[in-house]
Design a protein around this ligand. Sequence first.
Ligand code: PEP
Ligand code: MG
Length: 886
Amino acid sequence: HKYVYDFAEGNKDLKDLLGGKGANLAEMTNLGLPVPPGFTITTEACKAYLATGEEPAGLADQIEAHLESLEREMGRRLGDPDDPLLVSVRSGAKFSMPGMMETVLNVGLNDRSVIGLSAQAGGNDRFAWDSYRRLIQMFGKTVCDVPGEEFEQALDEAKRAKGTTSDLDLDADDLRALVDAYKKIFAKHTGREFPQDPREQLDLAIRAVFESWNAERAVVYRRQERIPADLGTAVNVVTMVFGNLGPDSGTGVAFTRDPASGAQGIYGDYLANAQGEDVVAGIRNTVPLQELERIDKKSYDELLGYMARLEEHYKDLCDIEFTIERGKLWMLQTRVGKRTAAAAFVIAGQLVDEGLIDLDEALHRVNGAQLAQLMFPRFRLDHDFEPVAKGVGASPGAASGKAVFSSDRAVEMAAQGESVILVRRETNPDDLNGMIAAKGILTSRGGKTSHAAVVARGMGKTCVSGADELDVDIPQRRFTVGGRTVNEGDVISIDGTTGKVYLGEVPVTPSEVVQYFEGTLDPEQTDDPLVRAVHRIMTHADQRRRLAVRTNADTADDAARARRFGAEGIGLCRTEHMFLGDRRELVERLILARTDDEREAALAALLPLQRADFVDIFRAMDGMPVTVRLIDPPLHEFLPPLEQLAVNVAVAQERGEDVAKEEALLAAVRRMHEENPMLGLRGVRLGLVIPGLFAMQVRAIAEAAVAVVREGGSACPEIMVPLVGAVQELETVRAEAEKIISEVVGDSGVEVLIGTMIEVPRAALTAGQIAEAAEFFSFGTNDLTQMGWGFSRDDVEAAFFWRYLELGIFGISPFESIDAEGIGRLVRIAAEEGRAARPGLKLGVCGEHGGDPDSVHFFHSVGLDYVSCSPFRVPVARLEAGRAAV
Ligand code: PEP
Ligand code: MG
């Protein structure tokens, strides 16, 4: 088994085996760049070590062999007393995990070789002793768990004794004394002397790097970044070069383009007479890289040449770490550099212009998460505002406004032109109008799939949920946090990306990218490089994608916006949202109806209102397909809550008022109470149980379509039946609907499709039968996830998902990103069996997953025809659908 690779043996495509750093060091070596010689111990060796607690057989010999050849190449031996070879031992996993794992520098120094090092450095005692004390410090801390503060205290004491605050003022004698102090600290904590055998130092350091893969901070970081836990790290053993040999030495970082904006140019920092960790630790101030031209023109020019070569070779922005040792430039690291979302788009566009990549490749260089970031307004954080609380960043964006504590108040104040933030413990469907009126929503309870979070995301509205430090007092219209009270009307700011809550108004900047999607910023006219790049890449994504993108919209305004954003139809119009507000009373009348006449009267009152809704939407979509879903939620959601009603009735009775109506309502609420409403009387079951309800909706849809066609427009309605689990349910509804449709449509030429949602696992498993009665399927992956996992979508995220994430049962909530192997399997089965039964069956998805980047790729791979998502996510879905297709 080959566990050790010389730099000359690897290449950039071996990241799995050599880690990112090792693979890129190999690549630079083979490009002929000046990389200090060394070798890489593979991730395989690390995995074997972590599995058994011992170095795998053969590893020690291979290290020995590579060390010997390194020594031959350098003409020095590791730790040789007269002329020591020193090495650094550096971690380097497949994915960059900055600062998470260990590095030990100056391995090979001991009481004797420190003298040799000094001689080698032209009698530079100070440098040699400084290097030695760094080794003991780093080795002690990372290899032997000696508390780092003790070393730092000793260093501070030495400086204090010298009357200085700068390391540079310590001379060789001071540092020699410091080495003694460090050794005592080492011995005190480890019960042994600092190891003098260079090979033992090397072996222990390698072991420590292996073990740092499982350091707590690394584990936490991997979980957050969704990096698999079993990859292991490689270990790079690299010949030391020194940036701290004097003013003609130094160390720095460089970027081939600006990682913040993408602008072309020279970006980076340089620190003279220093080693890498000084830059990271911020011990002294760096200078801009351009200054190096003045300090050491030869090295500067050489560096610029290498930077151009690396960009050309990697065809991307590279970041670089380098060291100059007495005027000689060494390249210590390179990689394709991290960048901001804006820079990702700008750079991808530039690289196309420069002929380095094509537009397909440009699509791979950006992603939907970056695009989403570019679409939200942002706080300008050049002001130092301290957050007072932190909740879940439930729906990104930045919003400031006056705190209000009820939906009505939000509507009222917004109508007066005020910006408001709706603050609630949690929200429910009653808060919808307030949420629409508000600039942002802040709750003290609930996670990413709480009502507030889901609805806010759907509206593209900023939301922070579950800020549990807030003590929200609705009756008193205020909240308190950290001893401060915010009353109604006080201005607060919330950041839906970070979950942070601020007092006062933090200034925001609007997003140019949204202006572009809205059509108010012409990409051909602007000189904003970001907008131009986004336009270009989006255009290409649209050309490439096979998936159509529709939107979930219940109002003509949303529909119109979604069209501007590129939606090609409505994939889900949730009609229940049309029954809120003033109309709730009509629904109440329907529920309370005792006779057929009363019920029909209530339905007759709803019919024209529904019809008008659909006319608006069909007009807005102008002939694009519009999937209207018949009413889905349990009807009692339209009634007041039981407790509140009971109290009202009791109080009114006490006062001797006439409560006949309230009592009837209360009785209805009691009658309709369900222990598990999400599994109760909802969806198609309502249609089967409440006579005339679905019929009224079907009639309103068909009449609206005919009306729009008669006025010269066009309409393509698709009627969708929710929560079907058996074909018989759908057949019953379908028979009734078809009768009404043929009656209404007559010879108008309007065509109405009838289909179903697939959101009950049984529907997915009997999709072949259901397809006989359905012209289309739309996967309701919210309910499919809820029922497939048995997770209440309104409760579980806040209740226990944190633990599931912690245990790694899943890396992300299955409500956010489709669980491909479980719930996704149901989708796949239904798609295949549905299409087998009815070739050409139209397939889409309208759950929240329709706008999630990873899920879009999955739906592409399953062969769906379209995804449907909230208007604000339409551009993200377009981009990801394009990316999935190239
Ligand atoms: C779904 O269940 O995925 C769906 C779109 O319906 P709703 O979210 O309205 O239950
Ligand atoms: Mg559903």
